[in-house]
Design a protein around this ligand. Sequence first.
Ligand SMILES: Cc1cc2nc3c(=O)[nH]c(=O)nc-3n(C[C@H](O)[C@H](O)[C@H](O)COP(=O)(O)O)c2cc1C
Length: 358
Amino acid sequence: MISYDTVKKLMFNFEPETAHSIAEYGLKILPHCRMINNYMVEKNFVNHDMLTQKLFNTTFHNPIGLGAGFDKNATMIKAMPAMGFGYTEIGTMTPKPQAGNAKPRLFRYPEEEAIQNAMGFNNHGAYEVIGNLKKVYPYTIPIGASIGKNKLTPENCALEDYETLVRGFKDIADYLVVNISSPNTPNLRDLQNEEFIKAMFTMAKSITNKPVLLKIAPDMENETAIELCKTAVQYGADGIVATNTTQDYSLLNNIQGIKDGKPFGGLSGAIMSDKSFDIFEAIAKELYGKTTLISVGGISDAKDAYRRIKAGASLVQILSGFIFKGPAMCKDINNELIELLKADGYENIKDAIGANYR
Ligand SMILES: Cc1cc2nc3c(=O)[nH]c(=O)nc-3n(C[C@H](O)[C@H](O)[C@H](O)COP(=O)(O)O)c2cc1C
């Protein structure tokens, strides 16, 4: 088999969006190549008692999920076990299809293992994505669906977009995530306010018993994030996903994406690990034991995944790290997590989740 380093060298010759389309094509056809797919599942998918837990009325065989934004249209779900992921989050989808922001809008920083993106919820729209999901769901790994408003929907009609999406996806995903934290849809982050969150979760919980989570941005004071998350949980949110990409451009020296003299979009990858962890931990200190917590942002090795777990994360997600490390990443992290659990005397991941507070 060709090494991922070779694949990466080849792929990084292409513009990031072209490389993503090639990867999507490959991951769409992989499940049809049964022998190769089975070989890769065997090799990369860690299914171990110590990492297995029941959450959201389903079973997670390992805690490493693919973060939202890689599989926006639910076209690659079937390839995810071969990539080692224990679950996947598709989207973010909007009610109507939309093209996203003007290009170039995706930049990679191989040395820093970072990504800058200003995609802007480019997706084929709920109707098509629902069609794709219906062909797959339920699947051998849990599927989350990330939902967002259309760019052209005014702020005072945003709730209607989310209602349409909750209704559309509630029966064809294991959990839903309300995305009001992308920096790439104008004013979307303004919806991170108490009033909208109350209305959002009151609406969602009146429609479905499926778990509905809130995904938040890392670019606010810890106190503000804690208050918003507490409100979400008080009004029925089943969990918090922290965090989305950051607009802290001081984390990178040589920013490539600049418009009108200013950097744009959100940064992700190794450079945001501590930033994402700090806000996650602040939220977890308040909400661990009261709701389910998912940590995402800059994770690319087992040590980082484990510190999130001990700080209260039941699950973690990775997007940028997958681009730089490839399909062996999840396997390596999961196998090392088993060793870390054993070294601390734990029998199951559940014993380690939130261990810092016991
Ligand atoms: C190209 C790209 C597109 C993204 N699109 C979305 C999205 O549509 N919805 C979302 O909730 N997060 C999106 N994200 C954020 C990721 O899900 C994740 O929260 C963030 O990248 C931090 O994790 P990472 O450092 O492992 O990449 C996107 C990230 C990248 C790099």
